[in-house]
Design a protein around this ligand. Structure first.
Ligand code: SAM
Length: 218
């Protein structure tokens, strides 16, 4: 059942909207998206929208996952950094396409849940980290690709610095309500930046993102 739902999801939501990278399409047919949402949302797992994963966070819309993954131009030998593990779904898609994925999440409960699912699915080329991914991951870089799955007020400088020459950084940049999917390519002499479609992500909270919002009671 899920396999045919995923095939339909890829055809109608992803291929029909212009995603052409065959490896990306295959990865999205293979990764069992329903395993990354809670039991009561499983029947909705392949719908054309983001879903709640608890802690005020979301698993991104399938098309957005595909678009960001394609923008990274993933190759089999690449090492990739993901900022915002969330459910671990995007992590699992990347893990099928590149040699190794480091992924950083700031909320322990989400990192734990993602670790459990990835383990159950036998995904071994992933290292999950707890912390502020807006600073990147000094020890593991430089990376061939960096994917940020939360909205940032600007392109986080440390992430640019952790790109290999030729490497690509994909990050939603804008205010809290609307961002532009932005790609930064590191060239031998500097950085080339170009904008893509509009999108809406939960905020990147950290030293190079947004300040955590206070409740007003403390
Ligand atoms: N890629 C995820 C998936 O497939 O489920 C979607 C992630 S959700 C849209 C964004 C995630 O980024 C949230 O889990 C949030 O806690 C996390 N996040 C926000 N700011 C962060 C930061 N500075 N470092 C690491 N994770 C962060």
């Amino acid at each position: 059942v899920e396999r045919s739902e995923r095939d339909a999801m890829v055809e109608t939501q992803i291929r029909a909207r212009g995603i052409r990278d065959g490896r990306v399409l295959d990865a999205m047919r293979e990764v069992p998206r329903h395993r990354f949402v809670s039991q009561h949302l499983r029947t909705q797992a392949h719908q054309d929208r983001p879903l709640s994963i608890g802690m005020g966070q979301t698993i991104s819309q399938p098309y957005i996952v595909a678009l960001m993954t394609e923008a990274l131009r993933p190759q089999a030998a690449h090492r990739v950094l993901e900022v915002g593990t969330g459910s671990g779904y995007q992590t699992a898609v990347l893990a099928r396409l590149v040699s190794h994925v480091d992924s950083v999440e700031r909320i322990p409960e989400l990192a734990d849940a993602a670790r459990r699912v990835l383990q159950e699915l036998g995904v071994t080329n992933v290292t999950l980290h707890l912390g502020d991914g807006s600073c990147g991951l000094q020890t593991a870089g430089p990376f061939d690709g960096i994917l940020v799955t939360a909205g940032s007020p600007e392109v986080p400088r440390p992430l640019m610095e952790q790109l290999r020459v030729g490497g690509r950084l994909v990050v939603p940049v804008g205010d809290a309500f609307h961002q532009t999917l932005t790609t930064v390519v590191r060239e031998p002499t500097g950085f080339r930046t170009h904008g893509g479609i509009g999108c809406v992500f939960v905020p990147l909270i950290g030293a190079h993102g947004w300040e955590e919002r206070k409740t007003g009671y403390e």
